[in-house]
Design a binder for this molecule. Structure first.
Ligand code: EPU
Length: 419
């Protein structure tokens, strides 16, 4: 078993380069299946979710070359293979294979996805979209079976604002007949990224980034070259870590507009955030102000930074209330933070954080990806050594985490331990 160790108490200083966005990458890779000629994706993060997706494409018969941040996918020999088990179960975002394969083959069998356990994560809105486009959907032995004689453009109103459903419907509709309109669509930057790739392949998608997206279906898409946007959640994690350690860090390769909800909240806490064209400088303060935070779909405060920011608020002067409106039980990090001396109570969908002066290193478990990020930040703040287990969750979404932290002056390393 591999553990991540952090010796806390050092202020982070220097510059960190942000990688390509995980949540774009895991949609762009399956989107390459829609093109009949090769597609190259640039700026891919080196994370395990990307490596798992590569295997999934290879299982379908795609020829994939993956070197550093570049991936070239040639789909000329792909076949409509059922994927009820195996790698699909290791990755929540394997659900994008449903939209992509439905678009390409009018048929797909995909095992119900795995991924972070954040409480109930239904995919009913994805299915509602596929059915509206004309697909028959059945469930057999833990897999979703989709098939359609024809996919025909239609109007779909999402009952819940969902990133995954918006992208999945876009993928299938890109090769449907006629016009599809998604109403109450999610507006996350990753959705614009996927629409940009599909448009470069020859699709006609308008309105991505607003709550009404129009997709004019095209029978054939061709490969293209596309560079992924920077990861706003990775960037936000380093912004929070800089503030939490009273450090001074330049976060490079970001789109500052995507980080406005985080910059705004850090400024409310008294932290200095300076914006340049494609970087942000975050300078911490001795004591942060306690603030209340509610997570919301973009452009609200992202749920994916709820856990890291809760850790920062442990340093607050008073009481902060952090409410997660997206996932009702994304609070598994709280028990671990308590082991380190935090004073946090979970009440319904909220964490009530009372400021404390000091955290102590402890042995804690990363129960999911962003819980892992929250514990890394706690480890950087704490006195002594923190040992984080289940690091595989962190490796799903953070490229070269210890190397980036070490470059900022942190003491962090991995050790192999007996289980
Ligand atoms: N929802 C439904 N029905 C659906 C789909 C979603 O009720 O059919 C609910 C969910 O249960 C949740 C809310 O709608 O309460 C929003 O879920 P959404 O579909 O937007 O989430 P997702 O697409 O499954 C993506 C990211 C998550 C991120 C959320 C919210 C990917 C691969 N994952 O998930 O990222 O938390 O959007 O922004 O893009 C992470 O990176 O750590 C992560 C979990």
């Amino acid at each position: 078993m591999e553990v991540l160790k952090i010796k806390g108490g050092r202020a982070l200083r220097g510059a960190v380069h942000v990688s390509g966005a995980k949540n774009s990458a895991v949609a762009l890779i399956p989107a390459t299946l829609l093109a009949e000629t090769p597609t190259t994706i640039e700026n891919l993060p080196d994370i395990s979710d990307v490596r798992i997706y590569r295997h999934l494409l290879e299982e379908l018969g795609a020829h994939v070359t993956h070197e550093g941040p570049l991936m070239r996918v040639d789909t000329s020999d792909i076949a409509n293979m059922p994927l009820p088990n195996g790698h699909v179960k290791q990755l929540r975002a394997s659900y994008y294979l449903m939209g992509a394969m439905l678009g390409r083959f009018k048929e797909a069998v995909i095992g119900l996805p795995g991924g972070c356990n954040l409480g109930p994560r239904p995919i009913d809105q994805h299915i509602k979209g596929f059915e509206a486009l004309g697909a028959q959907v059945t469930y057999e032995q833990g897999a979703v079976h989709l098939s359609a004689d024809r996919l025909i453009g239609c109007r779909i109103y999402l009952d819940v604002v969902s990133v995954g459903a918006t992208i999945n419907i876009m993928l299938a509709a890109a090769r449907a007949e006629g016009q599809t309109v998604i109403e109450n669509a999610a507006k996350e930057p990753e959705i614009i990224d996927v629409a940009t790739l599909l448009n470069a392949m020859g699709a006609k998608i308008k309105g991505a980034g607003t709550d009404v997206i129009r997709i004019y279906g095209t029978p054939r898409l061709t490969g293209c070259r596309h560079a992924i946007i920077p990861d706003r959640i990775e960037a936000g994690t380093y912004m929070i870590a800089a503030a939490a350690t009273k450090g001074d860090v330049v976060i490079d390769n970001v789109i500052p507009k995507h980080l406005e909800p985080i910059s705004a909240k850090l400024r409310e806490m008294g932290v200095t955030v300076l914006e340049a064209e494609d970087s942000l400088r975050v300078t911490g303060v001795e004591e942060v102000e306690s603030v209340d935070i509610k997570t919301l779909p973009y452009p609200g405060f992202p749920t994916d930074l709820q856990q890291p920011v809760t850790t920062l608020l442990i340093r607050g002067r008073g009481t902060s209330i952090v409410t997660d409106n997206i996932y009702s039980s994304r609070f598994k990090h709280v028990d671990e933070l308590r082991r380190m001396g935090a004073n946090i109570k979970v009440e319904g969908r909220s964490a009530v954080v009372e400021g404390v002066t000091e955290l102590q290193g402890a042995r804690v478990k990363a129960t999911d990806l962003r819980a892992g990020a929250a514990l890394v930040i706690a480890g950087l703040m704490a006195q002594g050594v923190t040992e984080i287990t289940s690091v595989e969750h962190i490796d799903r979404g953070y490229e070269h985490l210890e190397a980036k932290l070490q470059a900022l002056g942190a003491e962090s390393w991995r050790e192999l331990k007996e289980d």
